[in-house]
Design a binder for this molecule. Structure first.
Ligand SMILES: [Mg+2]
Length: 146
């Protein structure tokens, strides 16, 4: 069956930066990417400090979407977001929070820092795979500046 829409194979894939300290969660994201046939370059940082180093290096191109855990050692997600939003070259990055924290104050703080969405880490792998499918639809639909 021919695809109704022509896919531009030269289309640049959005870089994904996963900021997550839990190795099991990193594995779950990688698994969910595989299940959803996501081929975007995936970068992983273990905390906010590592993520800033990566973003400020020339290793990660733009555009870039960040999937951000909140509770991490050294620099957590909220602190990381504050630095990103105050940084002239990083301030407009698209950030999704992915966390187990269902606390209202975390949601309020994160949205005050202009996140694109606050996602609770689902309990089952199946719902995680479908959550990642939704994210894939989002970044394939949107145009981002270089
Ligand atoms: Mg964590």
């Amino acid at each position: 069956m021919a695809n109704k829409y022509v896919t531009n194979t030269m289309e640049k894939l959005v870089n994904i930066l996963l900021v997550e300290d839990d190795e099991v969660d990193v594995m779950n994201v990688k698994r969910a990417f595989k299940k959803n046939h996501i081929t975007n370059p995936l970068f992983v940082a273990g905390n906010g400090i590592e993520a800033l180093e990566l973003l400020r290096s020339d290793k990660m191109g733009r555009p870039c979407i960040i999937l951000l855990d909140l509770n991490m050692p050294k620099m957590g997600g909220i602190e990381f977001l504050k630095v990103v939003r105050a940084d002239d070259s990083l301030h407009n990055l698209t950030v999704f929070v992915m966390t187990t924290s269902n606390q209202e104050n975390d949601k309020v703080e994160a949205y005050n820092l202009n996140i694109a969405g606050y996602i609770l880490k689902p309990l089952s792998m199946d719902s995680f795979i479908s959550a990642v499918a939704t994210l894939k639809n989002y970044w394939q639909l949107c145009e981002f500046p270089e």
